[in-house]
Write a new protein. Structure first.
Length: 484
């Protein structure tokens, strides 16, 4: 049995209340998680503020950069430990962990160690009536204590995507991992100890949302800004909690992302991409594709080919490198996804493949397995076309005209991402400009340059992170005017 303890002021500590952690692939008991309440959050906030006033606040830029690179090196050295921890927490296959999620965590620290060194500050010469002039220039100061509220679908990747720039800018953090996936945030505390990060800079308080660590962090007066990835409904609650004190927020929220496929696409590459964008991580990817629009002349071929590929996905042992499909994160989320599977039938969907629980054998019977599912035949008003499901499923619809598919893609309260497949470069530019999302991929999906702006529009988020855009959130820009 493992114990997932809080990491506060450089030490692993327990608390009075606990809850259990289970592996979603087989229901196996993983260990006990200590739940943080108001007292633990108070301790973390005091430690984080003390670190700002103490050694961390005196670190030079070069010293911060050095320690970020040491963190990346230590994550890489303990690569297997992080892979094992996150596989157990999420049930997702080793191939996903080794080739995407865990390497990105180290990359997050490396990229922001470079960004913080290379972004210039502004300076202006200003005319004055006496002719001597004035010099105006800017300095970036850390915002303070950052509350980092993390999701369960890519725990280490998405947590370090926020922690790395926060530390690069000189802030301290209080991390609240999802209660479903406590392992890698805890393990990162061991990394911070090993590299000599000053006490109180990186703090972890485990717990849940309402009346638990999440609510206490977001409402705490000594938390200066809050960054969150997760559901839009939770983001709304956090925004209300952040209003007292006028604290900044940065949110990546829900999505109902559209994929658009024209007849002139590279068909095989498009199919390969949609296998990933629909079914990777069992569909539990904010940037995943749940709505697919295919030009009518290739519609039937596309539907049948993607369905064949979906049926060929291999569920099971996450340690087996041939496994290509993992489980959903929890029994509760499984029931949510299955409720949409039932609703699709009620709304008149044609089930091309899937639509039910996955029949498993041996130790995997106890896991949260559902079938990869494809529907056709529903109107755009159907709930499974409009509402985020966050499972291994999509609805595929035909289209005839470019203007028509733009209208379909934009007919959503969300605006996170889209993927467009066409050989016509002019068409790709037209659609990319017209579709209301934060990121558009053309003839690709999930291809990221960490220097570029990332975030959602409409109900998919507030703010942008990545490269210099992260600095805009994690620092206060101060103007200094020198009269000459």
């Amino acid at each position: 049995m493992k114990e997932f303890k809080h990491f506060i002021n450089g030490n692993f500590v327990t608390s009075k209340q606990t809850f259990d952690n289970f592996c979603p692939a087989n229901g196996r008991y993983l260990g006990v998680v200590y739940e943080g309440l108001e007292s633990e959050v108070d301790l973390a906030a005091e430690a984080a503020h003390a670190a700002l006033r103490g050694p961390w606040g005196k670190f030079s830029l070069d010293e911060r950069v050095s320690i970020l690179n040491k963190i990346a090196d230590e994550i890489t050295r303990r690569f297997d430990d992080f892979v094992e921890a996150e596989m157990a927490d999420t049930g997702q296959p080793r191939s996903v962990m080794e080739h995407a999620f865990i390497p990105r965590a180290a990359a997050n620290f490396r990229i922001f160690s470079d960004v913080i060194k290379s972004v210039p500050n502004e300076s202006f010469m200003t005319d004055t009536p006496d002719g001597a002039g004035a010099l105006n220039y800017t300095r970036r100061a850390p915002k303070g204590v950052i509350g980092v509220i993390c999701p369960w679908n890519a725990p280490l990747l998405l947590m370090t995507w926020k922690v790395a720039p926060a530390l690069a800018c000189g802030n301290t953090v209080i991390v609240k991992p999802s209660e479903e996936t406590p392992a890698t945030a805890t393990l990162l505390g061991e990394v911070m100890q090993a590299v000599g990060l000053p006490d109180g800079v990186y703090n972890v308080v485990h717990g849940k949302g309402e009346k638990s660590a999440g609510a206490f962090i977001t409402a705490h007066p000594k938390v200066d800004a809050i960054t969150f990835t997760g559901e839009t409904r939770t983001g709304t609650s956090i925004m209300k909690a952040a209003a007292p004190g006028m604290r900044d927020v940065s949110f990546e929220l829900g999505g109902k992302n559209a994929g658009i496929v024209f007849a002139d696409c590279d068909f095989d590459k498009a199919i390969d991409s949609f296998v990933r964008s629909v079914f990777l991580n069992c569909g539990q990817v904010c940037l995943g594709t749940e709505r697919v629009y295919v030009e009518r002349s290739i519609f039937t071929r596309f539907v049948n080919t993607l369905a064949d590929r979906a049926r060929a996905l291999k569920p099971g042992d996450f340690n087996d490198k041939s496994t290509t499909l993992g489980p959903l994160i929890s029994p509760q989320h499984k029931e949510k996804v299955l409720s949409y599977y039932r609703r699709a039938v009620e709304e008149g969907a044609n089930i091309v493949t899937g639509g039910d629980v996955m029949e498993m054998e041996g130790e995997w019977v106890g896991g949260n397995w559902v079938q990869p599912t494809i529907w056709t035949g529903l109107p755009e008003t159907a709930s499974v076309v409009q509402e985020e499901i966050f499972g291994p499923c999509c609805h595929i619809a035909p289209f005839d005209k470019e203007d028509e598919v733009i209208e379909f893609a934009n007919a959503s309260e969300y605006g996170l991402s889209t993927t467009i497949w066409t050989s016509d470069l002019s068409r790709a530019h037209r659609l990319a400009a017209a579709i209301e999302v934060g990121i558009t991929w053309v003839n690709s999906w999930f291809l990221r340059d960490l220097r570029t702006a990332f975030g959602g529009s409409k109900q998919s988020g507030i703010g942008r992170e990545g490269g210099v855009h992260s600095l805009e959130f994690y620092t206060e820009l101060r103007n200094i005017c020198i009269k000459l």
